[in-house]
Design a protein around this ligand. Structure first.
Ligand SMILES: Nc1ncnc2c1ncn2[C@@H]1O[C@H](COP(=O)(O)OP(=O)(O)O)[C@@H](O)[C@H]1O
Ligand SMILES: [Mg+2]
Length: 223
């Protein structure tokens, strides 16, 4: 598996236009990540880290350039194909959890399995929640969970389809330091167990050192 390219970004640019002004956030960015590799992305607030991850996940479209995941240019897919491709191949963890408020923990984690057309969704989702220490919270709604618990549900949701690539955008950014450390420990444990590639956006240089490589986003490019 070593040196198998899992994601490749070519000449990626993103300009936001709003109220007559435009902001060029990404400027011909180039990036590659191999299977099983972990990469930390550092950069000041507003440097475009979240924009970059959204484009990698196909949650937003670039002004120019391509994102190849397992050789597929994700922007060639239609909405439905993209949703399915994402569910099958990507785990995404956001700073603000982004759980679906009216679904229980178990239903939130089952959802990507159902979208990906994987059988035994409930059983697999239950196991994933067990793996992150939440087997006693299966039927709770997000609003009934603490911040740390919500992020554990999000981690279970990201891992449950066993994707080859995990994207995490400041996953401990909304948590107190102790809870944040515990959640990150769970995250790295799961990454190691499953041998998946990880792109971790973080402000924390110490945390970045846990990854194989550290890159910095500055002036629209990664160095
Ligand atoms: N939807 C949007 N519309 C207009 N500007 C945006 C939008 N999203 C982000 N931006 C701007 O793009 C820049 C990069 O934002 P972001 O990717 O969120 O940075 P980071 O995650 O590194 O803090 C910021 O200047 C931000 O204000
Ligand atoms: Mg951000």
């Amino acid at each position: 598996m070593k040196n198998t390219l899992i994601a490749e970004v070519k000449n990626l640019s993103k300009t936001y236009s709003q109220a007559g002004t435009s902001i060029e956030v990404l400027k011909g960015l180039e990036f590659k990540i191999n299977a099983g590799e972990t990469i930390a992305i550092l950069g000041q607030s507003g440097s475009g880290k979240s924009t970059f991850l959204s484009l990698l996940a196909g949650l937003d479209r670039p002004t120019q350039g391509t994102v190849l995941l397992k050789g597929q240019n994700i922007f060639d897919l239609n909405e439905k194909e993209l949703a399915q491709f994402r569910a099958q191949n990507l785990g995404i963890i956001f700073q603000q959890f982004h759980l679906i408020s009216y679904l229980t923990a178990l239903e939130n984690v089952s959802l990507p399995l159902e979208i990906a057309g994987i059988s035994n969704a409930e059983k697999k989702a239950t196991q994933a929640l067990q793996d992150v220490g939440l087997d006693h919270r299966l039927y709770h709604l997000p609003q009934q969970l603490s911040g740390g618990e919500k992020q554990r549900v999000a981690i279970a949701r990201a891992f449950v389809v066993q994707p080859k690539l995990l994207l995490a955008d400041e996953p401990s950014g909304s948590l107190d330091p102790k809870t944040g450390r515990e959640v990150l420990e769970t995250l790295f444990q799961q990454v190691q167990l499953s041998q998946m590639a990880l792109i971790l956006v973080t402000h924390n240089a110490g945390l970045a050192q846990k990854c194989h490589r550290q890159l910095r986003l500055k002036d629209g490019r990664l160095t």
